[in-house]
Design a protein around this ligand. Structure first.
Ligand code: GSH
Length: 324
């Protein structure tokens, strides 16, 4: 694993020395928005109009951030309008690669590159930063629109509605403030919280992250006792941002990241809720345990130096959820 510095690939693991053993996720570099008419969005520059077939999404089935974008692509009827390439689950010294020898890894179906970093360099030959998935690519201008999943799902939520005729809204105006508040805690303590626990290199950093994670799961469990979804009776972006972490919890985070106070299946409401979201039309195909179990255990040498892939818990996703 590594990063680009002035266009040159440097192979290095996350440096937690300056942050007291804490993992600090860096912010993303490409922050433009696709809009219905190509006008500029909340950040970046304009020129990215919603058009069928114009955009390509680079993803990993292992990555929870990329997973959100795949879910929104499915929910919003965008599979015929936005093409995808899926990287190999192993992220080693070359970062994400387009080796297509793992079932479901497609290679770079658009440009035929070997490494994801080449996609970044095609957009900016002097790029400095991490080479992450997801990446939303504009075929027309040869630019990266965005590599920030939180913003890609907002674009997918509305930008293509005129093309797809799908106006389902997962970020409804009256609920936005509350969605933001739930997202903030879920991001910090759950989505990123599992990484903070797993990548901690001091006991203190781990204790802090694991404590916050399980307090947040207890809070979510209580919330879902009286509410079908996080915001009440309507599924929103907040649910789809939580789901990828819950889907990986028992198979990956519980063991590999030492998030083991409880398993997801020990929380009756959260577990039934996760099954309901899994069973939502189009969602199951985005959940690839083969990719995420392989990715985490094989790629994180500092955590699992012998790269043994565990046998894993048996998880019955098809059990009726009984909610609603
Ligand atoms: N804020 C980004 C985070 C993306 C991210 O960190 N992706 C991970 C995979 S789960 C990655 O590609 N990491 C490679 C690296 O850090 O070098 C987003 O939500 O899109």
């Amino acid at each position: 694993m590594g990063q680009l510095v002035n266009g040159i690939w440097e192979d290095s693991w996350y440096d937690t020395r300056k942050s007291g053993g804490r993992f600090v996720r860096s912010t993303q570099t490409f922050r433009n928005w696709i809009t219905p008419d190509g006008s500029a969005g909340p950040s970046g520059s304009g020129g990215f109009a919603a058009e069928s077939g114009r955009y390509h999404l680079y993803v990993s089935y292992a990555c929870p951030w990329a997973h959100r974008t795949l879910i929104f692509r499915a929910l919003k009827g965008l599979t015929d309008h936005i093409t995808i390439s899926v990287v190999h689950p192993d992220m080693l010294s070359d970062g994400w690669t387009f080796d297509d020898s793992f079932a479901g890894a497609t290679g770079d179906t658009l440009m035929g590159h070997r490494f994801l970093r080449e996609v970044y360099l095609a957009a900016d030959s002097q790029m400095t930063g991490r080479v992450t998935v997801p990446v939303l690519w504009d075929k027309q201008t040869g630019a990266i629109v965005s590599n920030e999943s939180a913003e890609i799902i907002r674009m997918f939520n509305t930008a293509f509605d005129g093309i797809t005729g799908n106006s389902d809204d997962y970020w409804p105006e009256p609920l936005r403030d509350e969605i933001e508040a739930v997202n903030a805690r879920v991001y910090s303590d759950v989505n990123n919280g599992v990484y903070k626990a797993g990548f901690a290199t001091t006991q203190n950093a781990y204790d802090e992250a694991a404590g916050e994670l399980f307090s947040a799961l207890d809070w979510l469990e209580r919330r879902l006792a009286d509410n079908r979804y996080l915001l009440g009776d309507r599924v929103t972006e907040a649910d789809w941002r939580l789901f990828p972490t819950l889907a990986r919890f028992d198979a990956v985070y519980h063991g590999h990241f030492k998030c083991n106070r409880r398993r997801l299946v020990d929380y009756p409401n959260l577990w039934a809720y996760t099954r309901e979201l899994y069973q939502w039309p189009g969602v199951a195909a985005t959940v690839r345990p083969d990719h995420y179990i392989r990715h985490y255990h094989y790629s994180h040498e500092t955590i699992n130096p012998y790269r043994i892939i565990p046998i894993g818990p048996v998880i019955d996703w098809s059990e009726p959820h009984g909610r609603g």
